[in-house]
Design a protein around this ligand. Sequence first.
Ligand SMILES: [Zn+2]
Length: 197
Amino acid sequence: MGNFTGPDTDHWPVVEARWYKKITNKSRVVHRVVIHTMEAPETANTAENVAKYFQGLPKNRQASAHLCIDNNSIVQCVLDNHVAYAAPGANSDGIQLELAGYAAQGAADWSDNYSTALLENAANAAAQYCLKYDLPRKHLTNTELEKGHEGIIGHDQATAVFKLGSHTDPGKHFPWDHFIKRVEFYYAERKKQLGLS
Ligand SMILES: [Zn+2]
């Protein structure tokens, strides 16, 4: 598992980040999808704006992600085979998804119209990566992450398990149960569309 074995994802518009590690000599093995919040306001252009932000960062602020996602669009900033600089400890074998909004959001914020649309886009993208890299559609516990299991985690879990950095996104009210259900939905839909059983 984790190798590139499944169908490719959609091809989203690309705004190339300035800082990431290029891997060109092999197919990167991916074990986990990592969920982040951008700590940026919920607007229709947040994915585009944060992609531009990643493009303009100075040398002393090297950060990036594979996808920036908002309520109406997805922008790819780092191609899948390259390593984005998003979650120390979980970068080299991770696909990094940045979601519009804040780690401090409460349950009500996560279920408003904007976040509901955002979570659909993010779940759809995460499902595509689970299919591409043959990953379980599962929110790992910290213990499972520590043991090297494959699945979906938050940046906060990489912080806790690898003891690197201090980021707590996507926050303690991120609706994991709802999110994983939607990932399962899109995973099944895509398999059906592709004629896979
Ligand atoms: Zn993060």
